[in-house]
Design a protein. Sequence first.
Length: 296
Amino acid sequence: MEKLQTLFGKNLNIDPYFHLIPLEKELKIRKYSRRTIKSYMRYNRDFLLFIGKKPEEVENEDIKKYLYHMVESKKVSTSTLNIIINALKFYYGEILKRKFIYEVKRPKKDKKLPMVLSREEIKKILNAVSNIKHKAILTLMYSAGLRVGEVVKLKPEDIDSERKLIHIRGSKGRKDRYTILSDIALEILREYWKKEKPRKWLFPSWNIDKHITTRTAQKIFKNACKKAGIKKDVTVHSLRHSFATHLLESGIDLRYIQEILGHKSSKTTEIYTHVSTKNLSAIKSPLDNILKGGEA
């Protein structure tokens, strides 16, 4: 308590969470994801601790000071900074009805290209996994272009083996969609099913009433990459990026890829045109012509 009083000043004798209870309730009522609720609560609490004021005493300069601190001292990414702004904007704008928060300028997103694995690298990663459960998880992620948060929440009934489809429920933006189920992925799933016989969740944790965590899936991927000798700085999400890029290189229309991935905007899907080798591979470097005695 003394630490909180020091951080907040003499007038504040309670944990800042007390002030944020209305925020948590509103987020739950609006059916925000657990991940969003956790981050919104975290950044608003962190902000109050940083400035040492009660919410009603907060000024625009306090917000700018905090954002500057997160960029300069914490080195947060542009995407994280935007999440922080969204969190503060929701609390002070939606809950406390304060207008000043809208004066904060939103930074431009970094235009980074996704890291893509080659087909051969995908093959090495999947072949490096001996655990059938782990193999099923990674195979589904790549073969269907799933987000890690989607694959861990799959239930047995979401697999439609007859129509060769996977039903993704309540994904990003609380939207449902269908994506493809490959023949090989289905074979691996059947092998996994015979061995594990999952019930509530397709990929349960040690507690069968809960699914595995996204962190566990990331560890599975990292271990597979290590065994396969992959040196690229990739994450489990790179499987989804690779799936989309390989589809595009195979001649699949961008609109279908957008639908399969569940992208709201076509602009999000268009990023894969920048990492696809389909068009670039047809371009010859002038160096080849020069050194081979062709035209300069």
